[in-house]
Design a protein around this ligand. Sequence first.
Ligand code: GN1
Ligand code: MG
Length: 369
Amino acid sequence: MNPESIAAQFNAPGQVVTVMNIDTGNVNDTYRVIKRTTYSEIQFVLQRISQAVFPRPDLVMANMKAITDYAHRRLEEQSSRSNRIWQLPLVIPTYSGEDYHLDDQGGYWRALSMIASATSHETVISPEHAHEAGYVLGHFQSVIADFPADQLVDTLPGFHIAPRYLAQYDETLESDAAQQRLSASSEARRLRAFVEERRGFVTVLEDALARGELAYRPIHGDPKISNIMIDDITGKGTAIVDLDTVKPGLIHYDFGDCVRSVCNPAGEEARDLKDVFVDVDIFEALVSGYLKQAGNFLTDSDRKYLYDSARLISFELGLRFFADYLAGDVYFKVKYESQNLNRARVQMKLCESIEVRESKLRRVLESIE
Ligand code: GN1
Ligand code: MG
């Protein structure tokens, strides 16, 4: 597999100059491609879809094509009334007209247009940045709100269903490999106890859904800070990328995920737990941006569970990282030995900080219209 020759399969003018690995994302492999003609150049994003995570990459691409076609149409319809130029990546087909290229080792590759003159960040840089992250998420949710759910295939069953992650974790705990990792690490044992104390809380959103207090809508699924593009010219949010996980779900999964990723200033790869906490001012900025867009479609009941979603999604991601560490790093890519353990420690510390600041965070949620 040679990324240069793969890049050349996609329908974009010019010859491939270079393919650079972009060290981002915990699941897919991502590259930046430069192609040049005799008069200009084009850059695009090339990705190999993780088959450890997505058993049917062809369906991931069918979803992505359907969603982006729909959302591009909506963005164009809105453009003359809009306060900015909203963007979304476009699926670039292969020369044979497919949404992906299958390499000779069975790997699935796709090409996506680049959101140019825009930057994403791994950690929050200012309250304004957090405001834009919330605004971009709320806008995306509103754009896809009426997308017909029956046009999407569920390519990741159980995604963001916290009780299912807990059940998988319980199963993993039984294995010898997990027991060995637990006996070798006091931090792993501390996390196990942390999880035990919160078992009852894990069903909070799914119970509300079952009672009919909450309902499914199309969601992004992965609105973390590094998926939010900020326009270099205006400083405003311009796009949300990484549309692998768009599907019907609770908007709370998105809100919680955005909070856990934006409001921890140290970011999810922090090494020192004392740097990890929920920043209430950043939270306030995020919520105010989010509600400017989402305020129209959120019900009172939706609002009631926003705090819980921030706490739960931090916990859930901690649990997912921890279970993957115990299982031997089969889902999330790692660069060093105990990276998934460390990532789990960060999310659990964040969850704890969200619990400690509960009344402040709730006050913010109640004070913003
Ligand atoms: C994974 O690969 P990436 O970074 O887009 C994961 C998300 C996690 C995130 C944490 C399909 O997303 O759910 O929140 O890592 N994506 C999937 O960084 O599991
Ligand atoms: Mg993703």
